[in-house]
Design a protein around this ligand. Sequence first.
Ligand SMILES: NC(=O)c1ccc[n+]([C@@H]2O[C@H](COP(=O)([O-])OP(=O)(O)OC[C@H]3O[C@@H](n4cnc5c(N)ncnc54)[C@H](OP(=O)(O)O)[C@@H]3O)[C@@H](O)[C@H]2O)c1
Length: 328
Amino acid sequence: MRRYILTGTDTPFANLGTGGIRAPGKGEITVDVKAASLNYRDLLVAKNVSGSVPLSDGAGVVSAIGEGVNGVGVGDRVVIGFMPGWTEGAITEARKNASLGGNGVDGVLAERIVVPATGVVKIPDTMSFEEAATLPCAGVTAWSALFERRPLEPGETVLLLGTGGVSIFALQLAKKAGARVIITSSSDAKLERARSLGADETVNYRQTPDWEKEVLRLTDGVGADFAVDVAGPATLSKTLAATRFDGRISLMGVLTGFDGPINTAAILERRITLQGIYVGPVATLAKLVKANLKPQVDKVFDFEDANSAYADLRDAGHFGKLVVKVGS
Ligand SMILES: NC(=O)c1ccc[n+]([C@@H]2O[C@H](COP(=O)([O-])OP(=O)(O)OC[C@H]3O[C@@H](n4cnc5c(N)ncnc54)[C@H](OP(=O)(O)O)[C@@H]3O)[C@@H](O)[C@H]2O)c1
């Protein structure tokens, strides 16, 4: 089978070659991968990892099953969980370390992968492999961010930063949940696209560097009920300022780095619930498949052109998701 192997550099990010694949063991299945999507994480992995198959998010067709597999059969169309070993319940260090396409664990940018049968979710015929492949990381993360603890309520206002994979899923989910959405972007063209998906208010964070003040203006000085911060240290203090007393912030992003100063007094004095998010279990992926969203696939690349998908992700011109067709 053909598969990419990470080089540990960005010239190229990964090399296409061939390799073998083992038969599925007890409780495992082989999936013939048909599409894979990229996440910002894949750029971080590519910088630090070499020698393994990249990308966490894939969808395809079951081509073989191991002993004792129930509920999934050959020919089923499936999407694979980001952490196939985390089916439900709480996350553990071991489950986190077994996420696909990182930490030396082989990922889905290959024609075949062997995974636990309980780590996949069947997809309806109406959902393309390209659409399904966008769900495991960005989609599940957006769901966990909005609905896991102190969930977003209808009529509440949610603030979303940028128009990448997580934020656009959060926009779609928030609108479906009956919330009002304020979204920021560096691009007016992308904000226009966000409006077409239902965004109620838009702010260009390049043209309006004090965007938190604009969010306050748009919320009559109160602040958003809920915020999803995908950017991290450079935005969190502004996100705090833009969130109401007793509001909630889901933080999962490292777009602006891993460490930085935070206004801790703002968290306690205004009784903000600040929660860290790390994707979510296969059970959440199943809920997302049922929600029947139309994932925003910005561009689809041929398998042989996967390095161009990486380059596009790095250049951040995309809206929503970038996808690679896998196989011929
Ligand atoms: N912890 C987890 O479970 C988890 C899961 C998924 C993702 N993440 C993290 O969440 C972040 C987003 O991931 P993704 O895959 O959705 O990324 P992505 O698709 O690459 O999104 C990139 C977009 O983010 C926006 N952005 C960049 N810098 C920004 C800033 N300073 N302020 C506001 N927006 C900014 C830009 O939008 P515009 O072009 O519109 O300006 C950019 O195009 C990453 O840091 C990723 O590592 C974490």
